[in-house]
Design a protein. Structure first.
Length: 441
């Protein structure tokens, strides 16, 4: 149980989700803040002497893990009602606890802030979802170009610097994590850092805007070339910032409509952040429109009849993100026709397909391709969530399955989804959570 004020996180060990197909979905769902942004903003708060307040924070386990990490470093963290306030003026430690670091991939985002502000960091190699190697060579090369000395051991990374300096850094591949670490290192460095081939994801944009709100000088936000003028070691200030909505959670509710039918208003879903994904969904036969009622906005998604199969491949933003792919394959598993899904980013990320085939999906993989032949219905049975997005895909698959689908490994879903069961149940899904409660902020 977390000791952070206003936070309560119970173990989800032994919990399970039961879901079955039923009537079409109908109603309104709010999309919370993005997991892939809020954790990076929390890490970046180490760069400031004032208090950073992050609103629209999702109630997920990974937020609590990051909060515990920051507290272990000496930061003050207060979480209440979707708002996180962090004060890092009293940070006294540059070696985050390995047991916490190893639970979450986003722990690597502590590297840039700790190194640039304190001149040293010792970091256990981060953990998180298990879907193949994601090396940090690009992070290391960029920091070394800025004057860091990095030693990579079997289980730890140690980096030191007498003071980082600006550098021209060119990425062969637009790595999100490397872009984030170099930007957060560069804001306190001496001189100017230019990153060519920077990642352009909405979450990277959100981080840059957060840093600018703290007083950083960053140009080219949202483009492939970022220019950062450092403060020569002077800490940044305070900021209040609203987390960008979670486009992957929005996609999950779109996928739920695709397999269940019906009509949903998805509040805070941003069409511009998921343009390519929405284009493929429209090709499948989903009706998607931008929506506003004067107080809030988002999209409306509707489906009548069976969706059509279309080929999909993952690519760096603005292409289709690899996080969408388990949802896409689940949609295609009940589509009319056959399609090929190609994974261009993380080749190990087909490990959930065995669970879908247990449910009756007709899927064959070869290398980084998956051939999906749609079937009219899946069949409910016990399955397991092996990572966050695969767990959400199992829930969506259960909505397309005759009978009851029981999902274990719920702790993975809790790491990235804010009350997935409650939100779906509120719009008519036949879904129940049994066992221990999940996270709540």
């Amino acid at each position: 149980m977390s000791s952070i004020a206003g936070s309560s996180v119970a173990s989800s060990d032994g919990a399970r989700i039961e879901v079955s197909s039923g009537s079409p979905l109908s109603g309104r769902i709010d999309v919370p803040g993005a997991k892939n942004s809020v954790l990076k903003l929390m890490a970046a708060s180490l760069l400031g002497d004032g208090s950073c307040t992050i609103t629209n924070a999702p109630a997920i386990i990974d937020v609590t893990i990051m909060a515990d990490l920051l507290q272990a470093l000496g930061a003050e963290v207060h979480i209440e009602s979707g708002s996180i306030t962090i004060t890092a003026a009293q940070v006294h430690c540059v070696e985050p606890p390995a047991d916490l670091v190893e639970r979450m991939r986003a722990s690597v985002n502590l590297l840039g802030p700790l190194l640039t502000r304190y001149g040293r960091v010792r970091l256990a190699l981060p953990g998180g979802d298990d879907f193949g190697a994601r090396p940090i060579d690009m992070h290391i090369a960029g920091l070394e170009a800025m004057g860091a000395r990095v030693t990579l051991g079997e289980r730890h990374l140690e980096a030191t610097s007498a003071g980082l300096h600006g550098a021209d850094i060119a990425f062969d591949f637009p790595s999100v994590g490397a872009t984030e670490n170099i930007v957060t290192a560069a804001v306190l460095a001496t001189g100017m850092t230019v990153i060519d081939g920077a990642a352009r994801e909405p979450e990277v944009v959100d981080l840059c805007r957060f840093l600018v709100g703290m007083g950083a000088e960053i140009e080219g936000i949202g483009g492939p070339r970022l220019t950062v003028r450092g403060t020569s070691g002077r800490p940044l200030g305070s900021v209040e910032h609203r987390v960008v909505p979670d486009r992957i959670q929005a996609a999950t509710y779109i996928a739920a409509v695709a397999v269940s039918g019906g009509r949903l208003e998805i509040v805070d879903a941003r069409p511009d952040d998921m343009e390519m994904f929405l284009r493929r969904c429209a090709e499948m036969g989903l009706e998607i429109e931008e929506w506003s009622d004067g107080r809030s906005d988002g999209i409306v998604v509707a489906r009548e009849g069976r969706i059509r199969a279309v080929d999909v491949q993952t690519l760096p933003y603005p292409g289709i993100a690899t996080d969408y792919k388990p949802l896409v394959i689940t949609m295609l598993s009940v589509a009319n026709g056959s399609a090929v899904v190609t994974e261009n980013l993380y080749p190990g990320r087909f490990r959930y397909i065995d669970e879908l085939t247990r449910l009756g999906a007709d899927i064959r993989t070869e290398g980084h391709h998956a051939l999906v032949r749609g079937v009219p219905n899946l069949r409910g049975c016990p399955v397991r969530a092996h990572d966050i997005r695969a767990g959400a895909a199992m829930v969506v698959a259960g909505l397309a399955a005759q009978g009851t689908t029981t999902i274990t490994g719920v702790e993975h879903i809790d790491r990235g989804y804010d009350d997935l069961v409650g939100r779906l149940r509120s719009v008519g899904a036949h879904i129940t959570r049994l066992g221990e409660a999940g996270s709540a902020l």
